[in-house]
Design a protein around this ligand. Structure first.
Ligand code: 5GP
Length: 189
């Protein structure tokens, strides 16, 4: 997506040769128009797969999953990272290593929000090693729902996440593919 790549070059901060900060548009401040364009693009890519729901994990996945769901005319569910007092006791939960926090966290979805046979589209902001996506995929599997694909805003090709999920026969679409962050430079594929 050319507009996204242009904005990444304008505002992206290379924190290390592994991590790109997009706090100006995605991970802290949100650019509503750009996020809407991403939602349109994911909807265009995945509409034919007929998703019943869009699933993401809080917090940075939420705006993108929301605009995608809005364009597709379906609900959006976000996996929570903390159990709340109001949350159902009956949840699907998975333990996933967090790439940016360097710790292991639990992600959970109330079981009544995912049903057997429902067609689920996963959306997230970044894919690095693929742990977050694999955790969400396991939740979809536990619910006996059907995964129709995975949409990622930024795929870092020098990490293995996207590749490992594609190798399982799952369709992964990314809007910007980064080949390298070496020497403080953002190099697209
Ligand atoms: P993975 O689980 O694929 O290793 O990492 C994906 C998760 O870690 C994403 O949900 C995202 O929040 C975070 N993440 C991974 N790489 C980056 C990065 O380069 N920049 C930012 N801002 N977040 C990242």
């Amino acid at each position: 997506m050319e507009l996204l790549k242009k904005r990444i070059l304008e505002v992206g901060i290379v924190a290390s040769n592994q991590v790109l900060k997009l706090d100006a548009i995605l991970n802290h401040q949100v650019d509503p128009e750009l996020i809407m364009e991403m939602g349109k693009e994911f909807a265009r890519l995945f509409r034919e797969t007929k998703p019943d729901k869009v699933l993401t994990v809080e917090s940075s996945g939420i705006p993108i999953a929301y605009t995608t769901a809005l364009q597709l005319g379906v609900p959006m569910v976000f996996a929570r990272r903390k159990k709340t007092l109001t949350m159902d006791q009956d949840t699907y939960s998975e333990r996933v290593p967090s790439f940016t926090k360097g710790i292991v966290t639990d992600i959970m979805v109330s079981s009544h929000l995912l049903s057997k046979g429902q067609r689920i589209l996963l959306i997230d902001d970044f894919i690095a090693n693929g742990d977050a996506a694999r955790g969400l995929i396991r939740i979809v599997e536990k619910a006996e729902a059907e995964l129709v694909g995975v949409g990622i805003v930024v795929e870092k090709l020098f990490q293995n996440g996207g590749k490992s999920i594609r190798e399982r026969g799952i369709r992964v679409e990314s809007l910007a593919r980064i080949a390298s962050l070496d020497n403080g430079q953002i190099t697209f594929d």
